[in-house]
Write a protein that binds this ligand. Structure first.
Ligand SMILES: Nc1nc2c(ncn2[C@@H]2O[C@H](COP(=O)(O)OP(=O)(O)OP(=O)(O)O)[C@@H](O)[C@H]2O)c(=O)[nH]1
Ligand SMILES: [Mg+2]
Length: 233
């Protein structure tokens, strides 16, 4: 069974090598697709170098378009057209540990969509900042209520999809330019009746470099969730 893990990256040079090595070390023939937006720090060069010696690593070096959403869209599309039966996504900053990949894949035997969840029993948000932790919970509660999803972690970007999800939802039809692609895809999968399960993960502070989250980004994200609910996205 072909499994492809998609990772969007922007300035993750301190993290991407260790992440890719962690994925390959799982030793299950899992392939990785990195969609990088021409990161000024040269993240894409590291991935390019690794991809030359390992055919399980694929680089999408995006120069025309920028954004977490469209990068995710392109990576899903790549995995889909390359025949992946299981298509995963995770962040590229080591806040998602590859050691949870096998449990997500295992749960995909039961569910069409599997969420790596901080907010179910056994899942943890281990970030140091209590404020960030609280903010994430509030923002997650908002997403759950606005989208009407009977799920605990609606903001998680650590997820696993069976191929059939993308047979029903064309990756190229995803509209979000930014991080709200997480909600757009989840909401559409839910509305189409796909089964969705959650497995526990630990979510940790991004390793190396500064957080890119700002108050403005948070508000923009909340607005996008509302637009998704209203069918404007
Ligand atoms: N290709 C691409 N990837 C992006 C972009 N913005 C963020 N990412 C990547 O998307 C993933 C999630 O973004 P993060 O910046 O970690 O978002 P976050 O976890 O909400 O916030 P912090 O980790 O606190 O900064 C990471 O792998 C980022 O490198 C972008 O504009 N383009
Ligand atoms: Mg992060």
């Amino acid at each position: 069974m072909k499994v492809m893990v998609t990772i969007s990256t922007y300035n993750e040079k301190e993290n991407i090598r260790a992440l890719l090595q962690g994925i390959l070390a799982l030793g299950q023939g899992i392939e990785a697709v990195v969609a990088d937006d021409d990161s000024p720090d040269g993240t894409w060069q590291i991935v390019q170098e690794l991809s030359r010696s390992d055919p399980a690593i694929h680089l999408l070096h995006r120069k025309k378009e920028k954004g977490r959403g469209s990068a995710g869209r392109d990576a899903f599309q790549y995995a889909f057209v390359h025949g992946a039966e299981i298509i995963m996504e995770m962040d590229g900053d080591l806040s998602h540990d590859p050691r949870f990949i096998p449990s997500l894949i295992e749960a995909a035997k039961i569910y069409d969509v599997v969420i790596g969840s901080r907010y179910i029993s056994g899942g943890r948000d281990l970030r140091e900042s209590v404020a960030r932790n609280m903010l994430s919970r509030l923002s997650n509660g908002y997403s759950r209520i606005v989208l009407g999803l009977p799920l605990r972690d609606c903001n998680s970007g650590y997820r696993c999809f069976r191929r059939r999800v993308f047979e029903a939802i064309d990756p190229l039809s995803l509209q979000s330019q930014g991080p709200s692609i997480v909600h757009e895809l989840l909401y559409r999968a839910f509305r189409q009746g796909f089964t969705i399960g959650e497995v526990p993960i630990d979510f940790v502070d991004r390793i190396n470099d500064q957080s890119k989250l700002t108050f403005g980004r948070l508000l923009a994200g909340m607005l996008m969730v509302l637009k998704i609910r209203l069918g404007l996205v």
